[in-house]
Every structure is written in C-alpha cells, then in structure tokens.
Ligand binder design. Structure first.
Ligand code: HEM
Length: 501
C-alpha cells in the first residue's frame, strides 16, 4: 500500500476554489482569462521594474554577494537584445558600463540569458583564469555545424583536455610551428607576387583578398598538409573558400533564438537553420575527401588573422612616421636579404611593438570572440558573486581604450612597449590582462604563437618589399564591422610602391 499518497498534501486545491472566489461557474469565462493574463503581465512588469540587469536576473540573482552587480534593465522579455544585435557591441557595452558605473562587472539580460560583462583587467583575470568559467555557451549555429565536439566549444572535461593535448603537440608546439615555416614563406612569396601584379596592372591593391588567400593556405597547410592555388580558384579550392566564408558568416550572425529559444520556429532572419543544414553535408564531404587523401585526422579551427593584418597596414599608412621607423629597422637588421625568417622577424623589436599597438587599438575579438559560462557560483574579489549558468564576456576593447589603464589610449604609439624609450614590454599572450587579445587561463587561444609568428612574418615581408601609401581616391577608413572578428568595414585599398627595386 502506498502510504505516501494518503499522507501527501494536495497542492492543487486552489484551482477548485477559483470559481467560488471569482463568482463564476465557468473557468473559461473571457473576463476571467483576461484578468489572469493582466495579473501575469503586471507581476512580470513589476519583477522587471525592480530587477537591475533585467528579467534574467530576477529573484535577486545579482545580489548574491556583499556587493550587487548593477546593470541596465533593458526591455521586458528582450532585455538588451536590441542594443546589441546591431552595430558595434563592444562600443555599446563600454558606454553602458560607464553610465551604470559598472566597469568592474555589469549584469544584463539577452532575452532569457543572464550575462555579465567586465571592462576591468583585474576582474577579467579572475573570470578568465577561474576553473568555474572554463565552459563556453554554445550558439545554436555552432551546435548545428557540429562545433559542440570541437576544441573551441567542447565543455571542460576529459574530451576537451584530450583535444587541447593533441592540438598542442601536433599543431601549436614550437617545433611544429618552426616545421611549417617553409609553408608560411611559400604563402608569403605567392602573396607578394600577386600584390606586385595587381599593383602594376591597376596602380592600386585590395589587400584583403591576398591576405585571406594566404591565411587559408596557412591553415590548410598547417592542419591538412595541403595548399591551394587561390589565384585560380577551382573545384576543391573554390568549395573550401566558399565553405569558410559561409561558416564565418553563419557563426558571426546575431541569432535571436540563441537568447529567445521560443523564437526558433517563427523568426530566423538570417536563415541560420536552413543554411546550416546545407553547409554540414558540404563540410563533411570536403573533410572526408581531404582525410582520405592525406590520412590525416586533426581538429580544424580558423580565426581570421588576415583581417588583423588589414588593421596593421591601415595604421602604418595613417602613421607614415611609424612606417618610416619600421623601414629603418628592416634596413638595419635585414638589409637586402630576401630570406626573412621567423628568427629574423623576432629580432625586429619595433615591428613587434607596432603589432602589439595594433592589437591594443583594434583587438581582433573586442569581446574576446567566444564567451565563457559559469559552472557554479563564483565569488569575485570585489565581493560580487556570479551565479552558476551565467554567460561572461570580457570587453577587451573597453580595457584597451580605458584612459585609467592606458595613457592616451587613442594615440597609435608603439614606443609604449619599448623599454629603451621608457615603455614597458607587455606580454600579450594572456599574462597581462591590460592587453590580452588571445584571452587567458585554461581556454586561452592555443593558436596565439602561430598567429603572432604568421602576422609578424607577413607584415615584415609586406613592409620589406613595399612602401604603403594612401590611395587618394579611397582614403583609409577605420570604420569597424563586428562579425566573428572585428574587421575594417571598407577593406583596405592602398598603393604598394616597390622598395629596393
Ligand atoms: C590574431 C590571431 C588570433 C587571435 C586574436 C585569437 C584570439 C582568440 C581568443 C580571444 C580566444 C578565446 C580565448 C579565451 O576564451 O580566453 C581564442 C580561442 C581559440 N583560438 Fe584563437 N586567436 C587567433 C589565432 C588563432 C589561430 C591561428 C588558431 C588555430 C589555427 C586559433 C585557434 C583557437 C582555438 C581552437 C580556440 C578555442 C580554445 C578553447 O576553447 O579551448 N586561434 N582565440
């Protein structure tokens, strides 16, 4: 005999008393339904009105510590979705944080998702290095594209650790990076040749397409051991190019149903679902083909470091005095030698400082691209507590543009990293959170050394071979567009004047 059912208290009793209370026999009476709806609406609005941070922070979730986490309420239901879905989220978040005096940590709602954003290097370090922030929230598109099994999104655990180990030893170990130097040199030679051809044909160069071709070959060469002739895009090369472009666009698109799951069936303005289901079989087919050819099985990840070189070159064109100094350094250390190597490039201290300064002014992922997710309540040193299942973002752009962190943050001054000129040698690889464009902690970018080596070599070669001058009819425009990374809205077009000719 089930005694529990006899002793249990019927918690639904109030339903039967409703008709008596509202003096009607019919529970579907339209007035009754409208009143219940209005009551719900009022309670919802009241909860929204009293909750800083918006509805996703209801029930005092932002007041679990001795110091509450402040932030904008946003709109009922949507929170701050409208403010962040269009435009430049890093700039919007930075101005929100200063108007709410919430630079250390700001709470906001993206639909039903609770989010915290920090614009402070100390709190950024605590979040990025905390073992309780070692997961990432996964976007719907990333899940559809099977990225939940990829290194960037797999949850912290033995599977993810195995992927990191494989990547560290087979892709990103210093020996492996050095082993791929000849490939990088080849990509560079092809890029410089194509640039010289375009310059002599048109008198001006669209740099981005050359950088993208070199970047794609750099990755496929490193990961699959295979390079393509990007000048004559045919068959497999064309397919790869289109897959990467489409993948980037889908992953970078703002998907409303990531934050309002109930919207999935009604509203999909970028046709994410449909495009993912077309893209997945194309990826499978291409990767199978490559694996079959090379019997090589590795994890594929790609970040657009070619977009970053666009920024470096744009700043060098806008700051000709800096470009002259890079040329002087190249002439002094490299001279007329054409075999500019990774080791040689590492000696170019001023050029390294130029790259650091560009990473500061134009961090490729201004919100560090991929957010983190808390797996339990996290106590921060400032007395705030971030509850479990909260998405955390670091606004690296806000930190690198904060006048209390960087003197004259808007000025392009590579000298600030040169000890010989009174500067400080800042390590950008996750050590100093004032400038950590690759993130930090256990999920720090594993491709940071490869990225830095590649970018440095490309910039050195582009500058060694050419002097870059503004195209008068198309002046350099530093407007940004935020996709998966922050790119120049109007791709760089410049005149490449051959040097040492
Ligand atoms: C300029 C170049 C690059 C920048 C600025 C960059 C930046 C970043 C950032 C900010 C993160 C998130 C780190 C965090 O959460 O703390 C990241 C993660 C990652 N990056 Fe990069 N990255 C670059 C190049 C590369 C390259 C060349 C590769 C590989 C070929 C790569 C592969 C990855 C992977 C796999 C992750 C995810 C790691 C994980 O979740 O365990 N990145 N990157």
């Amino acid at each position: 005999m089930d005694f529990t059912s006899i002793n249990s208290v019927d918690t639904n009793w109030w339903v039967f008393t409703l008709p008596a209370i509202v003096e009607t026999q019919n529970l579907f009476n339209s007035w009754l339904l409208i009143s219940v709806f209005i009551a719900f609406l009022c309670v919802g609005l009241l909860t929204w009105a009293v909750s800083t941070g918006g509805l996703a922070w209801k029930n005092g979730r932002n007041q679990m510590g001795s110091v509450p986490i402040l932030g904008p309420r946003g709109l009922p239901l949507f929170g701050c979705l409208f403010s962040l879905s269009c435009g430049l989220a890093h700039r919007t978040l930075a101005s929100m944080a200063s108007s709410f005096r919430a630079k250390q940590l700001m709470a906001l709602s993206l639909g039903s998702t609770p989010v915290v954003v920090t614009s402070d290097p100390i709190i950024a370090r605590e979040i990025l290095t905390s073992p309780h922030f070692a997961n990432r929230p996964i976007k719907h598109s990333a899940k559809s594209l099977m990225f939940s099994r990829a290194i960037g999104f797999a949850p912290n655990g033995s599977y993810w650790r195995l992927l990191r180990r494989i990547a560290s030893s087979h892709l990103f170990a210093p020996k492996r990076i050095a082993a791929h130097e000849s490939g990088r040199q080849m990509d560079c030679v092809a890029m410089l040749r194509a640039i010289a051809e375009e310059q002599s044909l048109n008198g001006v160069v669209y740099l981005r397409k050359h950088l993208q071709a070199a970047a794609l070959n750099n990755i496929t060469g490193t990961v699959f051991g295979k390079r393509y002739d990007m000048e004559r895009l045919r068959d497999e090369a064309k397919e790869l190019h289109e897959i990467v472009r489409e993948g980037f666009e889908i992953l970078g698109a703002f998907n409303w149903s990531d934050y309002l799951p109930w919207l999935k069936c009604f509203y999909d303005p970028f046709r994410i679902n449909e495009r993912c289901s077309v893209l997945v079989p194309r990826i499978r087919k291409l990767v199978k083909q490559i694996i079959r050819e090379h019997q090589l099985k590795d994890e594929k990840e790609l970040l657009d470091d070619s977009a970053f070189v666009d920024w470096v070159m744009a700043e060098l064109i806008l700051n000709p005095d800096v470009q002259v100094k890079v040329h002087q350094e190249l002439d002094l250390i490299v001279g007329n030698k054409i075999d500019l190597t990774d080791v040689g490039v590492a000696k170019l201290k001023y050029l390294q400082a130029v790259i650091k300064e560009t990473l500061r002014i134009h961090p490729p992922g201004p919100l560090l691209s991929w957010a983190r997710l808390s797996t339990s309540d996290v106590h921060l040193s400032n007395g705030m507590v971030v509850p479990a299942n909260t998405t955390a973002m670091v606004n690296m752009w806000a930190i690198t543009h904060d006048p209390t962190v960087w003197e004259e943050p808007l000025a392009f001054k590579p000298e600030r990293y040169l000890k010989s000129q009174g500067g400080a040698d800042v390590d950008v690889r996750g050590v100093d959170l004032r400038l950590a464009p690759f993130g930090a902690g256990r999920r720090v970018c594993p491709g940071k050394n490869l990225g830095l080596v590649t970018v440095s070599l490309w910039v050195a070669k582009l500058l060694h071979r050419f002097e870059w001058v503004q195209d008068i009819s198309n002046p350099v425009d530093l407007s940004e567009v935020l996709n998966l990374s922050c790119e120049m809205k109007n791709p760089l077009r410049a005149v490449a004047v051959p040097r040492n000719a």
